[in-house]
Structure formats: structure tokens, C-alpha cells
Design a protein around this ligand. Structure first.
Ligand SMILES: [Fe+2]
Ligand SMILES: [Fe+2]
Length: 340
């Protein structure tokens, strides 16, 4: 069993029961990167030429992402790690937690480099109702992780585990983050902030694996605990996701009060709906919005193709220790397929 109370026999890596988790660990190690590898200062010329609305969008993104990385780290430490038995999954989660720390520091580097009012950026998430509403949504689950005891051996405990996972991994990392990445990468599409775009691509590459892990975890938890597979619980999961989308929709209106060249709240929200349909399908649920991808260019954004078949990806200059073997030749589940 993947979720449950860890026993002494769970303390050795072999036999590996969930090769996909070990493969993710190996791929994540190969994806290791450091923020200062990117020469962000080169983007300062672009910054000087950008409009106030464009700068607002970047500041707003930073204001959301900065705390978000730390919130996600807490949710992994409190809501995922303690209830997972498999050591190969623990190995991967240890790397994920470093990655979230690395993302936080990467955004810190952005805040240090661009001429921003840091105090204002840091306080935005406390003062902007639509951003607060997103955080409150996640904090509802985070509070449950810290303030109540979840008995993972019971059906209700397992359901809470899945609910927490859907809110933090599928909604926050798998929908909200993708919405933000699309906006951030749209600048590079217009030949602006290209180095910032490279940084976002690396963050996106990490996040696509975090999402893949989360989706595999939900599937495995449901397969191994068929008592969770009821229509009511499926509806509940869908409702958690839809509520997250509603909060994202309001937030994107504040992100783009007027819209910027080629991008406005409706465009971003259509992308959010498209991504949400993908997530619902990846979880085995029907589509809800039937939205078309308005940002087809995301498919051609540099490096995103790597996300499609990452187990088969050729070594690139971005990969560290690229010859390390993975445990199996697992068939990739195409989770992060925004590249279509
Ligand atoms: Fe992250
Ligand atoms: Fe993440």
C-alpha cells in the first residue's frame, strides 16, 4: 500500500513497489538547476521599456508565487510525506521539497534584481482580496493538516488525504501555477524578459513532475482503496477543483485589470479552463468546461516538449548526472502535456 502508517518493513528501498516514484526521483535529480545560472540582469532593459500594466502583471505574479512555494512545501511536509509508506516516494518528496525551496529563492532573486518595491510585493497577498481568497482556499486544507489528526487507516482519513492532495497538488500546483507560468512565458513570446522566461521554464519542468507524482498518487490511492471509489466522492473531488478555478478566475481579473498586449483575463481564464479539463481527465473525471486551448503557443515555448515524454527525454545541457539509470523503462503517463 502506498498510503498508510509506515511500518519497519517500509524502511528499506527494495523491493521498489512504485517504480514511477523512483523514476521521478532520478529525473528530478537530473533536472537540478540553480537560480544564478540565469543572467536575469539582461532583462532589465526590457523592464525599463515595459508598460505599467505589464509590470503590474509581473509584480502580481511574484506576489502570489513567493508565498505559494512555501505554502506548497508545508503541504508536502504535513499532508503528503507523513501518510506515505513507500521509501521511493519519500526520496522523491525530499527532492521536491528542495525544489520548492529553490523556486522560492529563484523568485527572491527576481525580486532582488528587478527594481520593485519588495515590501509592497510581499504584502500584496495579504491585501488583495482575490489573492487572499486563493490562499484561504489552500489554508483550509493546510489547517486541517496541522490542527487535526488524520487517521490514514480509516476511510474518512484516506478521503481527507485525497481532498488535501487535490487542493494543494492538482489545484494549486496543477492549475493555478500553470496559469501563472503561461502569463510569465507570454512575455518571452513577445521577446521580453527572456531570461526570466528561462527560469520559469525550469520551474515549470519541476512542477510538471510534481503534478505527475500527485496524479499517480491519487490514482494509486484510489486503486488500492476501492472503498473510496464512490460517485459522491468523485463529485466532491470535482467540486474542490471547480471552486479552485472560480478563485483563480477572480484573481486573473485583478492580474489584468485592463489587459496587456495579446493577453487579458478572459484569455488566461480560458487557458485555466482548458488546463482544468485536462486535470479532470487525468484524474479519470469528465471534462467540465470543454474549453479550447487559447495559448497554443505554449506548445512551442522552448523546452516544453520535454515535459511530454520526460522519461524518454534525451539528455540536454540542463540535465545533471544525465547517465544515471532509472529503475525501469516505465511507460510515461503523459501528464504535463501542455505541449499539445
Ligand atoms: Fe514550486
Ligand atoms: Fe511544486
Amino acid at each position: 500500500m502506498l498510503i498508510g502508517k509506515a511500518q519497519p518493513e517500509d524502511m528499506v528501498l527494495h523491493p521498489i513497489r512504485y517504480p514511477w516514484a523512483y523514476d521521478l526521483y532520478n529525473q528530478a535529480v537530473r533536472n537540478t538547476w540553480f537560480p544564478h545560472e540565469i543572467a536575469l540582469k539582461e532583462d532589465l532593459d526590457d523592464w525599463a521599456k515595459m508598460t505599467e500594466d505589464e509590470r503590474h502583471a509581473v509584480k502580481f505574479l511574484m506576489a502570489f508565487f513567493n508565498p505559494a512555494e512555501l505554502i506548497v512545501n508545508r503541504s508536502i511536509a504535513l499532508g503528503m510525506y507523513p501518510y506515505i509508506k513507500a521509501p521511493e516516494a519519500h526520496l522523491y518528496l525530499a527532492k521536491v521539497m528542495w525544489e520548492e525551496a529553490n523556486h522560492c529563492v529563484a523568485f527572491e532573486y527576481v525580486l532582488e534584481t528587478f527594481p520593485l518595491d519588495r515590501a509592497k510585493v510581499f504584502s500584496t497577498h495579504l491585501e488583495t482580496p482575490s489573492m487572499k481568497a486563493k490562499e484561504e482556499y489552500v489554508f483550509k486544507y493546510l489547517r486541517r493538516m496541522t490542527e487535526t489528526i488524520l487517521d490514514i487507516e480509516t476511510v474518512e482519513g484516506k478521503k481527507d488525504f485525497v481532498r488535501n492532495l487535490v487542493a494543494t497538488n492538482i489545484v494549486m500546483e496543477g492549475i493555478w501555477f500553470y496559469s501563472g507560468f503561461m502569463v510569465a512565458l507570454s512575455f518571452r513570446q513577445r521577446n521580453q524578459l527572456r531570461n526570466f522566461g528561462s527560469m520559469i521554464t525550469w520551474v515549470l519542468r519541476d512542477e510538471s513532475l510534481h503534478l505527475k507524482f500527485g496524479i499517480n498518487l491519487v490514482h494509486t490511492a484510489l486503486e488500492e482503496n476501492p472503498e473510496l471509489l464512490t460517485p459522491e466522492f468523485a463529485n466532491e473531488i470535482r467540486d474542490i477543483i471547480i471552486e479552485g478555478v472560480e478563485r483563480e478566475t477572480a484573481y486573473n481579473k485583478d492580474l489584468f485589470p485592463r489587459g496587456i498586449l495579446g493577453l487579458n483575463a478572459d484569455y488566461v481564464n480560458q487557458y485555466v479552463q482548458y488546463v482544468t479539463d485536462r486535470r479532470l481527465e487525468e484524474l479519470g473525471l469528465p471534462k467540465h468546461y470543454n474549453a479550447k486551448n487559447p495559448a497554443k503557443w505554449m506548445s512551442t515555448a522552448t523546452d516544453v516538449f520535454e515535459l511530454v515524454n520526460f522519461f524518454e527525454a534525451q539528455n540536454t545541457s540542463y540535465e545533471v548526472d544525465g547517465h544515471a539509470s532509472s529503475s525501469t523503462k516505465a511507460k510515461p503517463v503523459e501528464v504535463a502535456k501542455e505541449a499539445e
